[in-house]
Write a protein that binds this ligand. Sequence first.
Ligand code: ATP
Ligand code: MN
Length: 460
Amino acid sequence: MDRPATARGWVRSARGNKYVQFIHINDGSTIKNIQAVADTNKFDEETLKRAGATGACIEVKGILVQSQGKGQSIEILAEEITILGDCDPEEYPLQKRGQDSKDKKPVTLPLEFLREKAHLRTRTNTFGAIFRIRHHMSFAIHKFFNDRNFFNLHTPIITGSDAEGAGEMFRVTTLDLHNLPKTPEGKIDFEQDFFGKETNLTVSGQLEGELGAMGLGRIYTFGPTFRAENSNTPRHLAEFWMIEPEVAFYDINDNMNLAEDMLKYLVNYALSHCKDDLQFLNDTYDQELIARLESVVDRPFTRVSYTQGIEILLGAMTSRKFEYKPEWGKDLQKEHENYLVEHFNGPVFVTNYPKDIKAFYMKLNDDGTTVRAMDILFPWIGEIIGGSQREEDHDKLYRRVKEMEIPEESLWWYLETRKFGACEHSGFGLGFERLMLFVTGMTNIRDVIPFPRTPKNAEF
Ligand code: ATP
Ligand code: MN
């Protein structure tokens, strides 16, 4: 067993006595530290002091042996210690101050505090765990789709159209804001802008995704999206990542099956590939995390129509106070979503929403008032997925564009696909960070993306 080994990483903690110093090093590859054991006779005091500073980056060469102590199976007997980067304990903000006296658990720094230290927080157990899980989820998404013969399509980040018609977009321009060119009518002359027209950062890759599906059959996008919505909530970011499959010949039921399979696959993947990190988060933050993850993978998601949903909510009003009264024709509020998830004790699909509260591209039902939309409400999160069957009938789609006063000239290419070999197709959008909230049990979306972008916050 004994063999020479080198460990490089950042010091998490150190303790010891006159004879020996134990240094816990972590290189980020796992939640588990490796313990280096330094015989104080072999090293000068200065080296041991620098190597024992939390946050320092060191290299230890020595012999890997079965550990004598509790808490680890192997350790490294140090023969050579090199300080790669010193860390001043007086200044290092992530220095842990003592232990919680009652349960001897190490003190975890508050998440709000660590948000202000986003340049250093990947060094903590918590964010190491979260960002490793984030990687595995990202990889699993590509694997899920690749295994099912989907192609990854890269849709543009700069766009001339507003997919949702919601107008919450970040403008992209190279015009001099202090000296804007004007048209004879006194308006800003966007013809002089970089693209010769108004452009923004995309809010969704869907419209271009549909173009891909109309030739490649099954595609998915996985890219950043941007929304200048001023909603400072624990569930919204101004920059977030979205997974958007778009599939030819799929109707809304195929679409729901795909979404349900995907979510179960991803949660299962986390349970089997991120055990140690999930266990750490479960023990540290949320003792129900793993049980909650297991609960969504082993039974079918409930499927109800929006109209049934409203009936359930109205029926609940005898025993439950809602701040907003549920009403047919109005969007479901967070409290309504939570109630439905509780009522069915698990994930719920809500389908067939009134057309007036949904996007123009959703397929109109025969009743003329509802569209073939499907949202998935998740425990802990609320809406995690929004999707629909798409309107493939040119004239119906065109009528919606007109009714909703969407500038037709920015969408001519989208409309034109409905003239040349249109077919039934469907897709949805999964917010990657909403998935991450569910999988990690974190309660604030700022803690599941390395460098969050929110109103008044783009520091790192
Ligand atoms: P919400 O009602 O929660 O704002 P939405 O209806 O605006 O969501 P969609 O436009 O359908 O959401 O986007 C698809 C998915 O993207 C959502 O189901 C959600 O998972 C995610 N999402 C939407 N907006 C944000 C945001 N600002 N930050 C993070 N994820 C988001
Ligand atoms: Mn929104």
